[in-house]
Design a binder for this molecule. Structure first.
Ligand code: ZN
Ligand code: ZN
Length: 284
């Protein structure tokens, strides 16, 4: 039986994500969270894009965890990663995809949880005067949510930018300064998405942490290993009219990472036939 009780997990962050993550893991799993001193996560990529992520979200989180485990000698590591992009079915709205990964070396356990939410203030704009900057600030929840002002939309480490702006005075000073350097009279403004500067994002990290707890508590019916979860979805739900298979989901297969025991659940969405609208034969 795998237990995390009274053990210590190292959280690879320098953006105070422990505020969202630690109380939940303490309360739900009795797991203590420690943040290493001077752990620089910027080498693993920044939201200002001056330093690129070395890999995708999940792989980057794993790299951070292994670095933090190496530094501290602990055996449980946690990292979270966020990314912001246009919501697929509603491209005018931004969404926040937060993933959180837990690795326990002692038990050879790896859990990954994810939340995608449209609850985000992620936004950017090019501006040419201070009034526009203040108007933008008023729409994104400033000053509780901070801003970034930069010389270029996609800065390199040599370009000038200011992060973590939380007062109107700083904002107008930095905008005026960068405007004075710009040959086109334009500067770039965007929301600062680092967790400690973005309470809305901090809430989504909280939700992802609850997802992680839920995954941990989902035990394999065969060996009790945590993280028994849907690994595959099978399409082929039959059309209610012509009874041919459609691309809609017919079954979900959950599998254990430890003993490979698997279970197939038919009709996971609670419907046993597909509407002919989704049928290639009835509605080509
Ligand atoms: Zn199992
Ligand atoms: Zn049909």
């Amino acid at each position: 039986m795998i237990d995390l009780q009274n053990r210590t997990a190292v959280l690879a962050t320098m953006h105070q994500k422990e505020q969202a993550i630690a109380p939940i893991l303490q309360q739900e799993l009795n797991l203590n969270v420690l943040v290493p001193n001077d752990f620089n996560t910027d080498v693993f990529g920044t939201f200002t894009r001056d330093i690129k992520r070395p890999a995708d979200q999940i792989e980057t989180a794993k790299l951070k965890i292994h670095k933090a485990l190496e530094l501290t000698g602990e055996t449980i590591g946690i990292a979270s990663e966020g990314s912001f992009y246009p919501y697929p079915s509603f491209p005018l709205i931004s969404c926040d995809r937060e993933i959180i990964v837990l690795i326990d070396l002692e038990n050879n356990l790896e859990l990954i949880a994810e939340v995608v939410s449209t609850d985000t203030n992620h936004s950017y704009q090019s501006i040419s005067n201070v009034e526009q900057a203040i108007e933008f600030a008023s729409k994104i929840g400033f000053p509780e949510h901070a801003l970034i002002v930069s010389e270029k939309q996609n800065p390199t480490p040599e370009d000038k930018f200011f992060k973590g702006i939380t007062t109107i005075e700083q904002l107008s000073d930095h905008v005026q300064y960068l405007l004075s350097l710009s040959s086109k009279g334009i500067v770039h403004l965007e929301t600062d998405m680092r967790a400690m500067f973005n309470p809305t994002r901090m809430k989504i990290i909280e939700q992802a942490t609850y997802e992680l707890v839920k995954k941990f508590k989902n035990k394999c019916p065969n060996c009790s290993y945590p993280g028994f979860d849907v690994m595959k979805r099978k399409s082929g739900l039959l059309c209610s009219l012509c009874h041919l298979p459609t691309s809609m989901i017919k079954a979900e297969i959950s599998q254990c990472q430890n003993c490979n025991y698997s279970e197939e659940k038919l009709f996971p969405n609670g419907i046993t036939t597909a509407d002919p609208t989704y049928c290639n034969y009835c509605n080509p």
